[in-house]
Design a protein around this ligand. Structure first.
Ligand code: HAM
Length: 425
């Protein structure tokens, strides 16, 4: 016999109330983003591996956490660990760069082979948005203020936007070299991962959960000291724009992000909500001036952000905010005799054709049991079909709120429910 099959580690099944909240959040975000002029894009869940495994992308996420496989045609494919690279691939392939500015959003599952923990999964959902065009701090301001609007529109409090600038690639190389030299004497005091990071990716030592609070890490040189004059001005303008747009933010010298395609601006949105746990980054993003050209496109710059849907849902839950509307059940049909089944099916079919939500008991339990369920479901109307109704060709219709009960034909029943429907909804 086959042993009990379980879902893969780091994944989850979604149904009932949590699924209702998930769908309500998705619809809330889509409505908001479309109002802000973002067009949805759906890209494949797997891409050619080179879309993510690019030269210079040394991040742990891409190097260690991607699901890579070969298909039967011996092609190397990767399950998308994040949305930006696939969207930019599509932007180039579909020649969207002929427009001066393209604003795209996406929603879907992403895959990372990470150690599962609270708030960290191997399959998780993101909503992301990218504004792609000319290099300008205005693009960054647009995306950061949108992130701020998202948080506000959800009613979340105790959330902070942290901002930093990493400069261009040259500044980042200089910064990395400086950090390498700075951390080398402290090698023995660093965790195993960070010992390796000294040569491979010293920036990530700054936001390592284990090491970040050590005094020598806190005192490490900061990225903004390496910015060229142009990028310093860019950063200065961005802060001015955000202030003009009333977007509050804090500067964080040690913010570096987990992907290597960022240049200049980086930012993260963190929840400081009690009970949230260690993975409190709700979303993050930044500017990328080389990604389009690195993927074979023209010289274009983009800025984007992505939010983790599970983390937004957790934040909403802790703040006791529910976005899901209570489902309205129009009718519960009670059948009191076996012979009523055919009639009941006829009525149900007619009512559903009229777009009413109808529940009924397939097992013909006792009247009491059916009534109890109808009241629990808060059905607006009861329809009762018993011996008398069958013999005399009518239905009993009862309004559960007013308790008014009447004998009706099918047509009258539909009219009554609809009339009340229009006044209620
Ligand atoms: P990221 O910071 O890697 O950025 O992911 C964005 C958000 O996805 C995180 O802040 C977090 O809320 C959520 N997230 C990431 N990994 C997991 C996980 N294993 N389990 C649950 N939630 C997770 C990006 O993905 C960039 N593509 C964002 C971006 C868009 N940058 C520019 N454009």
């Amino acid at each position: 016999m086959i042993s009990l099959l379980r879902k893969p580690k780091g994944t989850y099944d979604l149904f009932n109330e949590p699924l209702k909240e998930f769908k309500a959040l998705k619809s809330h975000l889509e409505t908001l983003l479309e109002r802000y002029g973002y067009q949805e894009i759906k890209t494949p869940i797997f891409e050619q591996s080179e879309v993510f495994h690019r030269e210079g992308e040394l991040s742990d996420m891409v190097q260690k956490e991607t699901y890579n496989f070969k298909d039967k045609g011996d092609r190397s494919l990767t399950l998308r660990p994040e949305g930006t690279a696939g969207v930019i691939r599509a932007y180039i392939e579909n020649k969207m760069y002929t427009n001066a500015l393209v604003k795209l959003y996406y929603f879907g599952p992403y895959f990372r082979y990470e150690r599962p923990q609270k708030g960290r999964f191997r399959q998780f959902y993101q909503v992301g948005m990218e504004a792609i065009g000319e290099k300008s701090p205005l693009l960054d301001a647009e995306i950061i203020s949108l992130s701020y609007q998202i948080i506000n529109s959800l009613g979340l409090k105790d959330v902070t936007i942290y901002l930093n600038s990493l400069g261009d690639r040259k500044a980042q190389m200089n910064y990395k070299d400086t950090l390498k030299a700075y951390f080398t004497p402290y090698k023995d005091e660093l965790c195993g991962d960070c010992q390796r990071r000294i040569t491979e990716n010293p920036l990530r030592i700054l936001d390592c959960k284990i090491d970040q609070n050590k005094k020598f890490v806190k005192n490490a040189p900061i990225s903004r000291a390496f910015l060229n004059a142009e990028d310093l001005k860019y950063y200065h303008h961005l802060k001015e724009y955000l202030t003009a747009m009333n977007v509050s933010f804090k500067e964080d010298d040690k913010l570096v992000r987990g992907l290597d395609y960022y240049t200049q601006t980086v930012f993260e949105i963190k929840a400081d909500i009690e009970g949230f746990g260690a993975h409190n980054v709700l979303g993050g993003g930044g500017h990328y001036e080389n990604l389009v050209s690195d993927l074979g496109g023209p010289q274009r710059s983009g800025t984007g952000v992505a939010f983790g849907i599970e983390r937004l849902l957790e934040a909403l839950k802790l703040a006791e905010i529910s976005l899901a509307k209570e489902e309205i059940i129009d009718v519960y049909l009670i059948q009191m005799t076996e012979k009523a089944a055919l009639k009941a099916l006829e009525v149900i079919t007619s009512l559903r054709k009229e777009n009413f939500t109808v529940y009924f008991d397939y097992y013909q339990r006792s009247f009491r049991a059916q009534l109890k369920e109808a009241l629990t479901l808060k059905a607006r109307y009861l329809i009762i079909i018993g011996e008398d109704e069958l013999a005399n060709n009518y239905f009993t219709l009862k309004n559960t709120k007013t308790e008014k009960q009447e004998k009706v034909t099918l047509e009258k029943m539909i009219r009554t429910i609809r009339k009340d429907d229009n006044t209620q909804k």
